[in-house]
Ligand binder design. Structure first.
Ligand code: CDP
Length: 219
């Protein structure tokens, strides 16, 4: 029997992490926050002083990640880094190393290993297009750049990080461009993906829509 997968892809700060976590919780499914893997690799590189263009060294860091996902906590080699990987510097570095083939390839098997019964909700950029092309339901979340900047601002302030709205808007636009224009696994809706525009939707409404689509495909 195939283990069901729901993929939730979308641009930075579109709220996919929150929606994915809630959908997974409701269905009792496992959760894959694929962006966290790129962030963990980036954090490891920044801490080790690895050049962000050194593809073989970065791929080695990615394939050697000692990571444990324990609910909301993320442990890297036994150390809690749940908040550290959310820093904007780490996000920017993650989006840079995510353009490298060897880094992406090093993370494929690990991502597939999250597909376990009774099911998986996977969020990222290429969950529906590359990693789980046979997913039962594919969702592509969008939101205006202003709505996303506001969400990221609140998220950063809430975690005690400094944040500046003008800088965030520029950062988001640059990250969007990097994610959509890169040659490998660019950000785009998978074929057959349901589009969900969340600028004016609450988290509850977005979650309810994803669950309704999932029921509609026969689950
Ligand atoms: O929170 P935010 O949406 O900004 O980022 P994230 O989902 O935590 O992912 C961090 C970075 O990893 C993104 O900027 C993407 O460039 C990259 N990424 C990717 O290339 N492929 C994925 N499946 C997930 C993330």
């Amino acid at each position: 029997m195939t283990i069901p997968v729901i993929t939730i892809d979308g641009p930075t700060a579109s709220g996919k992490g929150t929606v994915a976590a809630r959908v997974a919780q409701t269905l009792g499914f496992a959760l894959l926050d694929s962006g966290a893997l790129y962030r963990l690799t980036a954090l490891s590189a920044l801490e080790a002083g690895t050049d962000l263009g050194d593809e073989p060294a970065l791929a080695k860091l990615a394939s050697g990640l000692q990571v444990v996902f324990d609910g909301e906590r993320i442990l890297l080699a036994g150390r809690e880094v749940s908040d550290a990987i959310r820093a904007e510097t780490v996000g920017v570095a993650a989006s840079k190393i995510a353009t490298l083939l060897a880094v992406r390839a090093a993370l494929v098997d690990f991502q597939h290993s999250f597909r376990q019964a009774p099911g998986l909700v996977a969020d990222g950029r290429d969950m529906g297009t590359v990693i789980f092309p046979d997913a039962q339901l594919k969702v592509f979340l969008t939101a205006s750049v202003e709505a996303r900047a506001e969400r990221r601002y609140k998220q950063l302030i809430g975690k005690g990080f400094p944040a500046n709205m003008a800088a965030l808007l520029q950062d988001l636009r640059e990250r969007d461009a990097r994610d959509t224009e890169r040659a490998l696994a660019p950000l785009k809706p998978a074929e057959g993906a349901h589009l969900l525009e969340t600028s004016v939707l609450s988290v509850d409404q977005a979650v309810a829509q994803v669950l309704a689509w999932y029921r509609a495909v026969g689950h």
